[in-house]
Design a protein. Structure first.
Length: 538
């Protein structure tokens, strides 16, 4: 059959499928008996208004806000990044080419490794030298599986070089020693003649690597040693002393901060250790239910759970504000960065998979949640200098899922790819007034936004419509700039639960968007229900 003929046959099928999807959307949204009302039709002009001060930006949105995290957990490293040199899956020195290409396309700026909880039981010397001679260990946090150590320091730093991103290494405080940590930094970064630098040379790497970020422990209030903030702060001060900056490599030292609202932890660590840190971490995971034992399905949910995730995601705003206020008390000049080095959605694992491997699917709901998180980080970029979504491949809110030789991109990947225009751009102040999205007697703002101006003067606005049933008409007033050209991209789908599978990998992917009109400096945009939209203005 010729291409033209195929198209002739396919078109009516696509239309029929479209109708089927529409009915399914109505059923899933629980509106088979009460049809959804599109509020765009009812809204008075001006109800939803965004003012963008295009000439008033001051702060830079660090590209590291768009950072990632990879742990020896489930299939993130093995099967995700690493297949080994002998694999039939195309690879460069053992690292999957398809995965590396996808991450380069979204301009991954920084990658954190080797954990997570794994970091505080990882002994780096087990992961160097000939692979067949490396000792194995038990990955006690993540399923008691055998860790072969095939992927170690050289493989990770080769990965970062292939991706063109910075390395963020997490050191072991929980079960490691000061000497072990000192040796690791010397091994990776010292250019001269020393035992560790020479060992690195024997293992095939002559020149040192540049390691920009080094974390002194991970979640030391929990899996990283169950410490009190006082004892961690004192240990931090001791360990970090030996994290040296060698041979022109200047290390940014990151102290372990709180999980979500653990304000006493950050207060004490800031109080006792601030002089010795360049940054402090924050971890924040969100779910559609209030409990950890039943987190909810990643793909089978109704509007109640959609709403709950949107509401939980918005907690990032007060959380950042409160942590920043505490930091401000101890660091008035804002020298210390807040690194949100683990964040994202956490669902029940996919049925039939190892529960300890934290493998979860990823829907449009995760994408909208990611859009809100990233807007929040952008808006707090005076303090939030890095953020690392958990985790890059096959674990939690992943960018990429793999199944043997197959690879798919998740809706969350597409948000990162769309938002890459904000990397190192100047944050623009915005004022948003919008209607609420109401559900079950509760309400949250229907829209969420951030905007920036890049070095060529182009303005980018990232907008999320949290309402899964109604589009929103938004009037944007652009102050302090003229408009020549507008372009748009949108990520949305027929149903809230839409996701990509190995069989249908492009159910949720960005499309060109042009539902806007410009009059003078007033731009009227109709944002589709449950969407992430990126507008570019020149
Ligand atoms: O990302 C999964 C785990 O969540 C990490 O290992 C740990 O730091 C956090 O509790």
């Amino acid at each position: 059959m010729k291409h033209g003929e195929l198209k002739k046959w396919l078109l009516p099928m696509i239309n029929i499928e479209g109708i089927v999807c529409f009915v399914a959307a109505a059923l899933i949204a629980g509106c088979a008996s009460t049809p959804a009302v599109d509020k765009t039709q009812q809204e008075k002009p001006g109800v939803n208004k965004l003012v963008i001060h295009a000439d008033k930006g001051k702060e830079t949105i660090s590209r590291n806000i768009y950072g990632h995290f990879s742990e020896h957990l489930g299939r993130c490293i093995y099967g995700g990044f690493w297949v080994g040199e002998g694999s039939a899956i195309p690879n460069t020195r053992g690292i999957r080419n398809d995965v590396a290409d996808a991450l380069k396309r979204m301009k991954i700026p920084v990658l954190r490794w080797p954990g997570g909880c794994f970091a505080d039981e990882y002994h780096w010397k087990d992961g160097i030298g000939p692979r067949d001679m490396r000792p194995t260990m038990i990955n006690t946090h993540w399923g008691m599986v055998t860790e072969t150590n095939a992927f170690g320091t050289h493989e990770f730093l080769d990965l970062c070089e292939q991706l063109g991103c910075e390395a963020y290494v997490a050191g072991n405080v929980g079960s490691g020693t000061v000497e072990e940590m000192q040796d690791w930094v010397e091994y990776m970064t010292f250019d001269g003649d020393s035992e560790m630098a020479n060992l690195r040379r024997i293992n095939g790497r002559d020149k040192p690597w540049r390691i920009k970020y080094f974390g002194v422990g991970n979640e030391n209030w929990g899996c990283g040693g169950n410490m009190s903030p006082e004892s961690y702060a004192d240990l931090y001060n001791r360990f970090q002393t030996y994290v040296r900056s060698y041979s022109g490599n200047r290390i940014v030292k990151v102290a372990c901060g709180p999980g979500s609202e653990n304000y006493p932890w950050i207060t004490t660590v800031m109080e006792r250790a601030r002089r010795n840190m360049d940054a402090i971490s924050l971890h924040h995971y969100v779910r559609g239910t209030g409990n950890w034992t039943r987190k909810g399905s990643a793909t089978k949910f109704d509007e109640k759970e959609w709403f709950a995730l949107m509401k939980n995601t918005l907690t990032i705003y007060p959380l950042l504000e409160n942590n920043i206020k505490i930091m401000d008390r101890f660091d008035r000049r804002g020298r210390i960065g807040l690194f949100v080095d683990e964040w994202g959605t956490w669902w029940d694992t996919e049925p039939g998979t190892n529960p300890s491997f934290l493998y979860q699917q990823n829907t449009l709901r995760d994408a909208v949640s990611a859009g809100i998180f990233l807007n929040a980080f952008n808006k707090n970029c005076h303090r939030v200098k890095m953020a690392n979504i958990a985790q890059t491949i096959n674990v939690l809110q992943a960018m990429i899922l793999t199944k043997d030789e197959k690879m798919i991109l998740t809706p969350t990947y597409h948000v990162f790819e769309m938002y890459k225009v904000h990397h190192d751009a100047t944050l623009l102040p915005t004022e948003l007034k919008c209607r609420d999205y109401q559900f079950g007697g509760e309400k949250i703002p229907a829209l969420n936004v951030s905007a920036s101006k890049d070095e060529l003067g182009r303005i980018h606005i990232s907008l999320c419509n949290l309402d899964p049933k109604n589009s929103v008409q938004l009037v944007c007033e652009l102050q302090g700039t003229g408009v020549q050209k507008i372009s748009g991209r949108a990520l949305t789908a027929d149903v809230m639960t839409a996701h990509n599978t190995f069989e249908k990998p492009e159910v949720v992917s960005p499309v060109a968007f042009d539902n806007f009109q410009l009059k003078g400096n007033m731009l009227t945009v109709t944002l589709p229900a449950k969407s992430v939209v990126l507008l570019g203005i020149e």
